[in-house]
Design a protein around this ligand. Structure first.
Ligand code: DAH
Length: 433
């Protein structure tokens, strides 16, 4: 979901950098303030192994990521809403694996920028996903009452820090540090629904380019038009690099951090596909970064969304699979190799109905389901919704359970569903029907 009108994007606090420390040590290193907790605590392997139906768990380091301390994320704070399922994904850094579709796509985008603008763009792909509310939201002018700031949409560590919900969270700080051409790639986190294209962790790439008066003055057009034209040319070139000669269209839209703002769509496999959001950076962001005489453009794109189309990957959960039948199909530098499903295991559907209360949200329900079923939860779909004469509202959700890797037994699904029913009742305070 784009942080547009419907869903904001965010960033906060003095940014933290992840350092990949050869084997055992890895830290969240604060950028400018002293480290809160840089201890290299081990992953909660007991929690990771708790659910016997999850795919075999290897440590983040074995898988090629970095380690983030549990105490840096799972705080005993009333605002903390980060579950184990999310903590276990932190530091996985799929975008830094050259053989993984997300890493292959990132490298292909780098290739485009390196060819079109040799030695121009600084690349960051190891910035810590723990950011301040200020970085995530305030610095990119997300309004105080924007829905994306809510606990329902964003993972809060405490009242001042969050798991970044977009890579735009790093824009302001990098501008302040003097970078004028940069690409930021990273994992981002959003509380969300469950279906084949939504997962609470995904990857984005942000691009920013700053211009000086010299750049536009000779052109005869105003600074904003100059930046917008350059932006469109750059991104059309990128779309051609990734998708070949495709038809494209620009849609006017809204983002808090750009004006004008656009979305790029391409016509691919007989459908219009939204590729990215972008625009001319709000002058206020540049001003606060000490760049009053400049103009800039910025874009943000979701890597999973594009990789699903380019590699024919039918379900977003597959990106997290360590099953060799998935991982062995991709190699470094091979963009767009079509994924061959190794087998399709049957889904199992279970319905759950309850009277909702005022605080009920679908995101909270999905969090409960993911907490119990993990990646076995394929979809949670509202199939019935009515309000009776007394004003009580009932929802019925159909949960699809399916493993990407094997057949599930009736017994295990029944146990999952039983636990879901129990926790939906106890954690969400709704009345089962
Ligand atoms: N941050 C936006 C999102 O997550 C994407 C985006 C849109 C980034 C426009 C940008 C931009 O830098 O200019 O939905």
């Amino acid at each position: 979901m784009a942080i547009s009108l419907a869903h904001t994007t965010l960033l906060s606090r003095t940014s933290l950098f992840l350092s990949r420390n050869s084997r055992s040590l890895a830290f969240c290193i604060p950028f400018s303030t002293s480290s809160s907790s840089a201890a290299a605590s081990s992953l909660p392997s007991d929690k990771l192994h708790r659910n016997k139906w999850r795919s075999p768990v290897a440590s983040v380091l074995e898988l090629g990521g970095v380690k983030i301390g549990r105490e840096d994320v799972m705080r005993d704070d009333p605002t903390n809403n980060v579950p184990d399922t999310i903590f276990s994904k932190l530091g996985m850094q799929l975008h830094r694996r050259d053989q993984h579709p997300i890493g292959i796509l990132k490298n292909a985008i780098f290739e485009y920028f390196d060819t079109s603008y040799p030695n121009k763009f600084d690349k960051f792909d190891d910035l810590c996903p723990i950011v301040t509310v200020k970085q995530n939201f305030d610095d990119v002018l997300v309004p105080a009452d924007h829905v994306s700031r809510s606990y329902n949409d964003t993972y809060y560590i405490d009242a001042q820090s969050v798991l970044r919900c977009h890579t735009s969270a790093h824009q302001a700080e990098l501008l302040r540090r003097g970078h004028t051409h940069f690409l930021v790639t990273g994992d981002v986190y959003r509380r969300d629904s469950i279906d084949s294209t939504h997962y609470p962790v995904f990857h984005q790439m942000e691009g920013v380019r700053v211009f000086s008066p010299d750049d536009w003055e000779a052109s005869g057009v105003d600074a904003t038009s100059y930046a917008a034209e350059d932006l469109k040319k750059c991104l059309e070139g990128l779309a051609n690099h990734l998708f070949g000669a495709v038809e494209m269209r620009w849609i006017d839209t809204y983002f808090p951090f750009t004006n004008p703002s656009f979305e790029l769509e391409i016509y691919f496999q007989e459908k219009w596909l939204e590729v990215l959001g972008c625009g001319v950076t709000e002058q206020e962001i540049l001003k606060r970064s000490g760049k009053t005489n400049n103009v800039a453009w910025a874009f943000g794109l979701g890597l999973e969304r594009l990789a699903m189309v380019l590699f024919d990957i039918p379900d977003i959960r597959l990106f997290w699979s360590n099953d060799e039948r998935f991982t062995s199909q991709f190699s470094k530098g091979q963009l767009g190799v079509k994924f061959k499903p190794f087998s399709k295991y049957p889904p199992c559907y279970k319905d759950i109905s309850f009277w909702i209360n005022e605080s009920f949200t679908e995101n909270n329900l999905c969090e409960v389901v993911r907490g119990i079923a993990g990646d076995l939860a394929e979809e949670v779909l509202l199939i019935d919704n009515f309000t009776n004469k007394k004003g009580m509202t009932s929802h019925c959700y159909r949960i699809a359970y399916r493993s990407m890797e094997r057949s599930l037994t009736d017994d295990e699904i029944n146990e999952l569903q039983w636990n879901v029913r129990e926790q939906v009742q106890s954690k969400l305070n709704v009345v089962l029907r």
